[in-house]
Design a protein around this ligand. Structure first.
Ligand code: ZN
Length: 310
């Protein structure tokens, strides 16, 4: 007998989100706990177990976990988690629960969430890009999650570009993420550039957030902020063009904090992607925002349970 609910966990470097999700992908109950600053792997796992215990009931079919990092799928092991280093090498097979546990990468889980209950519902083939501190990705092909790394943020864009956190040079993420936008703003201010951002954060330029940059760009028409967002958007467009030329998806769905800056950053990305991708492929693709917001990862993780149970 199939049970009506699944628990979905979205374990990111900043927050742990957990949700009790019904078979029609409705979030019945949800929890959020900060996960940043947890020193040991055991602490992260304890936090996750506490959330699972709170949502667990005899009505739960299984647990899906979306986690930031690269997976060794057969072993449910995290090979490397740049944003949650304590989980490097951890195997989720060590969790002892009376129900099945499925593990996926967090951006892959978010793609599955958008496919089942969000902006991806009407597409059989799409690529989700999560645009935040870093850049992640997930691929839906033929209506199902493609169980591959899909690390779109680490596609090489510039052979001799700046060093990325992954150790490579010139990754998309180092040019187009929130971290990249802040680094570019700080570098320009240190170099003496004029900007209203100097008045931000009591003059402490290292505290400037991506939100401050959007506000300055939109509200104040700050030229530096607009230029930095445009430049990051241009690189994002290079990455999107690569995705379009390789995958010819029906849609590229954009999620994460930076999508709030659609009018400059994403507009520029679309313009650049249109110049660089094959015309016939570009004409067939919708570049649209995700619709589930912060819930996508947990809903998608829960969907792993229903998917496997089909
Ligand atoms: Zn990289």
């Amino acid at each position: 007998m199939t049970k009506p609910y699944a628990i979905g966990i979205d374990l990111g470097g900043t927050n742990l989100r957990a949700a009790l999700v019904s078979r029609d992908f409705e979030v019945v109950k949800k929890l959020k706990e900060p996960s940043s600053g947890l020193a040991a792997g055991g602490d992260v796992i304890r936090l996750m177990k506490a959330a699972i215990d709170e949502l667990m009931s005899p009505e739960v079919e299984g647990i899906g976990i979306g986690v930031a990092g690269v997976l060794e799928r057969g072993e449910s092991r995290i090979t490397i988690s740049p944003n949650i280093p304590p989980l490097n090498g951890y195997s989720f097979n060590d969790l002892a629960y009376p129900v099945p546990v499925y593990v996926e990468n967090d951006a892959n889980s978010a793609a599955l969430g958008e496919a089942r209950a969000g902006a991806g519902r009407n597409f059989k083939n799409f690529v989700l890009m999560t645009l935040g501190t870093g850049i992640g990705g997930g691929i839906i092909y033929g209506g199902e999650l493609l169980k591959v790394a899909a690390e779109v943020g680490h596609m090489s864009i510039a052979a001799d570009g700046k060093k990325c956190f992954c150790g490579n040079n010139g990754c998309l993420e180092i040019f187009a993420s929130a971290r990249a936008i802040i680094a570019a703003v700080v570098e320009a201010l240190e170099g003496g550039a004029e900007s209203i951002l100097r008045e931000c954060c009591q003059g402490k330029i290292y505290r400037i957030t991506p939100e401050d940059v959007y506000k300055a760009a939109f509200g104040e028409g700050d030229i530096l902020s607009r230029e930095v967002l445009k430049e990051a958007g241009r690189y994002l467009g290079v990455g999107i063009a690569n995705i379009i030329n390789i995958m010819s998806p029906e849609a590229v769905i954009l999620a994460g904090g930076l999508v709030g800056s659609w009018n400059i950053y994403v507009d520029e990305a679309i313009k650049e992607a249109s110049k660089r991708s094959f015309k016939s492929l570009f004409q067939g693709v919708s570049i649209i925002p995700a619709s589930l917001g912060d819930e996508a990862g947990a809903v998608g993780a829960a969907s792993l349970v229903f998917n496997e149970g089909k």
